[in-house]
Design a protein around this ligand. Sequence first.
Ligand code: ADP
Length: 329
Amino acid sequence: MASSNGIPTTGKGLIVSFGEMLIDFVPTASGVSLAEAPGFLKAPGGAPANVAIAITRLGGKSAFVGKLGDDEFGHMLAGILKENDVKTDGITFDEGARTALAFVTLRADGEREFMFYRNPSADMLLKPEELNLELIRSAKVFHYGSISLIVEPCRSAHLKALEVAKEAGCLLSYDPNLRLPLWPSADEARKQILSIWEKADLIKVSDNELEFLTGSDKIDDETALTLWHPNLKLLLVTLGEHGAKYYTKNFRGTVEAFHVNTVDTTGAGDSFVGALLAKIVDDQSILEDEPRLRAVLKFANACGAITTTKKGAIPALPKEEDALKLLNA
Ligand code: ADP
């Protein structure tokens, strides 16, 4: 089914998003180092949780699977998912470890500075036997990143969830979401991110991740296609304000971005992925039909663009009508 402007209606099939949810602490003043910051504001985040909310905000159905601390912040985050209609029956709470925190600032020199509290944090302690396998099996799409691959036992839980989702026939969607400071080394990050590459049906990387994973400084088709694998249905390279490139077995192209008043790009990629998944979950034949895929990617670009117009990720994720307004402007 498509609405009048060629954008498919949001699907009702379940999308399970697996991984971390945490609190970003962002300085109340801009352009300062963490040490200079006069105070911090809490901003809920974690790419897989952002994707889950991006989907429900568009009217889709999603569940988040991961572990939080059995503390005030963990219950606050689960409450935010619930308020946003994300199913929470795949969440477990760790009684020993705290919910992850990340202090993050954009310094005056434009460099992003991070300080993580994960020593270890609850998300890292998810065990394979704690997974809600029934929930994962009931999904049409299983979405994940790579932060959950960094340490055990979460890494084994991630691999088990992937295996169960694949067996159940879910479409597997992978956004590596590179966070280099969390890995023991760049080589290890590259190796582990690529270790699950060929399982995915759909992969989204940013231009920076393309450079990192390929070791090339060229953002061109030839470089992108070195990341192609034979079972892949769709490879996406997002280019921030330059839109997104798409590659399938039979066609490839670029979809331009929208010009907006950008204030904070946090969550743009998660909004883009959430929008794409919400639009294809009930009709995966869109992935093989270039005109319909382009319409969906245009919609996803509109969602990504809107997310940059407000501070923070979750508060800035658009509703369907906001995205359609930008598309039709
Ligand atoms: P990530 O957040 O994963 O790094 P990007 O920054 O490439 O991903 O953003 C994902 C999508 O969001 C882009 O493909 C684009 O459509 C949209 N987007 C991101 N930044 C901007 C921007 N400054 N202006 C307009 N659209 C943007």
